[in-house]
Design a protein around this ligand. Structure first.
Ligand code: 13P
Length: 254
């Protein structure tokens, strides 16, 4: 059975003490939940990863970084390496987020290098893909998604875990989530691509998350879709009450 993953991407938000308060409260909350097949992941800014993994060692939270360098080590001022993330015992790392693609020129080629480095360091990549509004409007969504998959997964073998996240760019931070049907259509396309390249058994194991304006009032319908295995959540993951509600929606569907 595929894992359900509820992942919070904090992006560039929260001070250190706000992060501490959040981790304390969410750890206490998770102690009261029977998460079964659901994993709760928090991806804080990298400055707080050590704090986060200290909490994770004592609770039922999993921790992810928000980005990693495409290079192994050395003269890359401001970057963090896969080995560094691994040395803090992080479980996951988001790569290819549309904000990084748009604002920091991250290409599929970079995403590909990052997948390899993360795999070598025992960290599960969360690979984000998704189309812009313009690409949707001119009817090339499927080409865009398949191109992103082909680029990211070139020469990648999947002996270890990997997670995908479909995040339509037009739904991120806009309050306008994809409908469950729109999201399912693309998740099913991604699953078919995985079957074609890695076989049915492997494709069936891979969790594909949806991201883009997830809120407590739209999450259940999204999660009920057969190929949606969780959420990558921005805004609503910053608010402890909303994040708890999202977790409880997933746990109830277990
Ligand atoms: P929002 O949930 O704020 O739309 O952000 C989604 C996202 O970008 C998660 O990576």
């Amino acid at each position: 059975m595929r894992k359900k993953i509820i992942a919070g991407n904090w992006k560039m938000n929260k001070t250190f003490s706000e992060a501490q308060d959040f981790f304390l409260e969410i750890s206490e909350y998770l102690d009261t939940q029977n998460c079964n097949n659901t994993q709760v992941v928090i991806c804080p800014p990298s400055l707080y990863l050590e704090l986060a993994t200290d909490f994770a060692a004592e609770s039922n939270i999993y921790i992810g970084a928000q980005n990693v360098s495409y290079a192994q080590e050395g003269a890359h001022t401001g970057e963090i390496s896969a080995a560094m993330i691994s040395s803090l015992e992080c479980d996951y790392c988001i790569i290819g987020h549309s904000e990084r693609r748009k604002l920091y020129s991250e290409t599929d080629e970079f995403v590909n290098k990052k997948i390899l480095l993360l795999q070598e360091n025992g960290i599960t990549p969360i690979v984000c893909i998704g189309e812009t509004l313009e690409e949707r409007e001119i009817g090339i969504i499927k080409d865009v998604i398949v191109n992103q998959l082909e680029g990211a997964f070139q020469n990648i073998t999947l002996d270890s875990d990997i997670v995908l996240a479909y995040e339509p760019v037009w739904a991120i931070g806009t309050g306008k989530s994809a409908t469950p049907q729109q999201a399912q259509e693309i998740h099913s396309l991604i699953r078919s691509w995985l079957i074609e390249h890695y076989g049915q058994e492997k494709a069936d194991e891979i969790s594909i998350l949806y991201g883009g304006s997830i809120k407590p009032d739209n999450f259940k319908e999204l999660l009920l879709q057969p190929d949606i295995d969780g959420g990558l959540i921005g805004g609503a993951s910053l608010n402890i009450e909303q994040f708890k509600q999202l977790i409880s929606i997933a746990v109830e569907l277990n």
